[in-house]
Design a binder for this molecule. Structure first.
Ligand SMILES: [Fe+2]
Ligand SMILES: [Fe+2]
Length: 137
């Protein structure tokens, strides 16, 4: 998952945060494939949640540093964290292999959607402009 699907903005802290987040999601997916138990999967999902929380703080700080109003973007981040918390609560309560797969699928989609749409929308506002050709046009 990490790699070509994750748009880069050229701001090192933001790009590193996205790649780290997707590495953790990959680990979560590998654990699921290996048949890891619920406790290991819960811990892995908690790590994704914590990585997201830290990344969101950095991202909002970067936006604010560039003078970009970040209130709406912060609200989107809060909603993502709330979704992850609801998943963690649900899976701590009751889970099975198929349900974990659905959670993994949701988590991958939530972050890809956010990065490709909402994060990418502000990339053009940040200078220096990204050198990554995928962002052109
Ligand atoms: Fe982001
Ligand atoms: Fe974001």
């Amino acid at each position: 998952m990490a790699g070509p699907d994750v748009p880069l903005c050229g701001i090192r802290e933001v790009d590193a945060g996205h790649l780290d987040l997707h590495r953790r999601i990959d680990t979560f997916g590998r654990l699921w494939k290996l048949g890891a138990d619920d406790a290991a999967l819960l811990d892995s999902l908690k790590e994704v949640r914590e990585a997201a929380r830290g990344h969101f703080e950095v991202e909002v700080a970067v936006l604010s540093g560039y003078g970009v109003p970040a209130r709406h973007h912060r609200q989107i981040h809060d909603a993502i964290l709330e979704k992850l918390d609801a998943m963690l609560d649900e899976m701590a309560e009751k889970s099975n292999h198929q349900r974990w797969f659905a959670v993994l699928d949701d988590v991958e989609q939530i972050f890809l959607d956010h990065e490709v749409m909402e994060d990418r929308a502000f990339y053009a506002l940040l200078t220096p402009p990204p050198e990554d050709g995928r962002l052109a046009g």
